[in-house]
Design a protein around this ligand. Structure first.
Ligand SMILES: NC(=O)c1ccc[n+]([C@@H]2O[C@H](COP(=O)([O-])OP(=O)(O)OC[C@H]3O[C@@H](n4cnc5c(N)ncnc54)[C@H](O)[C@@H]3O)[C@@H](O)[C@H]2O)c1
Length: 425
């Protein structure tokens, strides 16, 4: 008889939090004996104070550095490869990523392939890639998040769009996790409200999906303890981080979008992003993320305000949250009590509520927040029609994370979930 796992494991990045800590980065790199550093960022950020501060700090510490600022917002295999080539040619002994998930993920890939060169698909998640483990330690990577945000500073995950297959996928291994995350709320001061909303709603989805993921002890016992997956399922440690992330984000996300000069709300939101990263980096995410990948890849002419317009783009957080109201009405059958607790941490009054209503209560709570954040009204508002549903379903089926949902979602269920996500209110 197949035995279920009895263990889960928590490991995380070193994190330093504080307004202004970005200027300490030069000393950190000196302490790591880094002589030649590559700073990885995107074009917009390269002109903003966060990157300027990093450069000043490196200069003051006498550290040599180059800057690669061609990160693609929502990276692709091609943009990863460009950064990998740049990194490979430079013989760098440490990396600094300044930006949102796009810059941090690109830096993880550059560090990985420059240190352990391989065919690009070798380290990419199976079944799309070969899913090979990273053979050994990488060079130090310091992540300086400027969104609040993906939590990429805490995770061993790098996400990209594989252009030839029209599918978003990633590399997942603990060795690509940044060595240090510098969490400085000053760096989100310049965030346009639309980016604050899109990246902030991603925080909430990370926390909701990890808290409602299938528990770690419903997964088969691995052949060997070191083969335990990165996404282990919900567990008592990730629950703590996810629930606190929900509480912080629900109280501060609307505030940061309305007033970027609200220092207290910005500080709490960037912490919430890291907390959610620690939760989902251990427990995993499920249907909203699995369904978001084809939404991102199949987007046609849509351009989201506040984002660069060099290519059609649906911000990651938006692609994730558009299916959330339908997903949580569906997964409620797997763990209704958790759906109610999640709604409560998002600020809903659930005293006396019946578990039978838990899915609708959580879904309505998310919808209310989406409306306050002026998020597009469903997939139809970003250019999809019901004719796209078969392709969206096909793009979701290979995403292994969908199996972490507390209720199995197969082809027909997914079609129904996409259908319900076309128009939300
Ligand atoms: N590795 C992970 O664990 C993980 C988790 C979730 C998402 N992701 C990935 O991260 C990417 C999304 O990252 P994101 O939401 O952080 O946004 P992003 O990095 O894509 O940035 C979005 C836009 O905001 C701009 N921007 C960022 N910070 C700014 C600031 N402080 N001031 C002004 N402009 C700023 C950027 O220049 C860019 O134009 C997606 O590719 C997604 O798949 C990764």
């Amino acid at each position: 008889m197949m035995r279920n796992d009895i263990a889960f494991e928590m490991s995380g990045s070193n994190l330093r939090f504080g307004p202004g800590v970005t200027k300490e980065i030069g000393l950190d790199l000196k302490e790591m004996s880094a002589k030649r550093v590559l700073v990885i960022t995107d074009e917009r950020l390269a002109k903003l104070p966060s990157v300027e501060l990093v450069k000043e700090s490196l200069e003051q510490s006498g550290t040599n550095f180059d800057v690669f600022s061609r990160v693609r917002v929502e990276p692709s295999d091609q943009s990863f490869q460009e950064a990998i080539e740049f990194a490979g040619a430079g013989d760098y002994d440490a990396y600094v990523a300044v930006g949102g998930g796009s810059a941090i993920d690109t830096a993880k890939a550059a560090n990985l392939y420059a240190t352990w060169p391989a065919d690009f698909l070798d380290y990419v998640n199976a079944p799309i890639g070969a899913g090979k483990p990273v053979p050994g330690p990488l060079k130090p990577l310091i992540a300086v998040p400027t969104t609040a945000g993906t939590g990429s500073e805490t995770t061993g995950i790098a996400i990209f769009d594989l252009l030839e297959k029209n599918c978003k996928t990633g590399i997942r291994h603990r060795r690509i996790r940044p060595t240090l995350g510098i969490i400085d709320p000053e760096n989100t001061r310049t965030l346009p409200p639309q980016v604050a909303a899109a990246s902030g709603i991603d925080v909430i989805c990370h926390a909701l999906e990890s808290f409602t993921a299938k528990p770690f002890n419903q997964r088969p016992y691995p052949e060997s303890p070191n083969l335990r997956p990165a996404y282990q399922g919900s567990n008592p440690i990730s629950d703590v981080w996810s629930l606190e992330a929900l509480r912080l984000a629900s109280q501060n996300l609307v505030r940061v979008c309305q007033d970027p000069s609200d220092d207290e709300a910005r500080a709490r939101m960037i912490l919430a992003a890291a907390y959610a990263g620690m939760g989902f980096g251990t427990a995993g995410v499920h249907l909203c993320h699995a369904m978001s990948y084809p939404i991102s890849s199949l987007i046609r002419d849509y351009h989201h305000p506040g984002y660069p317009d060099d290519h059609a783009i649906v911000p990651h957080g938006i692609s994730v949250v558009l299916t959330a109201p339908a997903v949580f009405r569906f997964t409620v059958d797997g763990c209704a009590d958790r759906h109610l607790t999640a709604a409560q941490n998002l600020g809903s009054h659930v005293d006396g509520a019946s578990l039978d209503d838990a899915g609708k209560i959580l879904s309505d709570t998310i919808l209310e927040l989406m409306r306050r954040l002026e998020i597009p009204n469903g997939l139809s508002a970003i250019g999809f029609t019901t004719r796209d549903i078969p392709a969206l379903v096909e793009g979701t089926l290979p995403q292994q994370i969908r199996h972490l949902a507390s209720r199995p979602a197969e082809r027909d269920d997914l079609a129904q979930l996409f259908e319900e996500s076309m128009t939300l209110w």
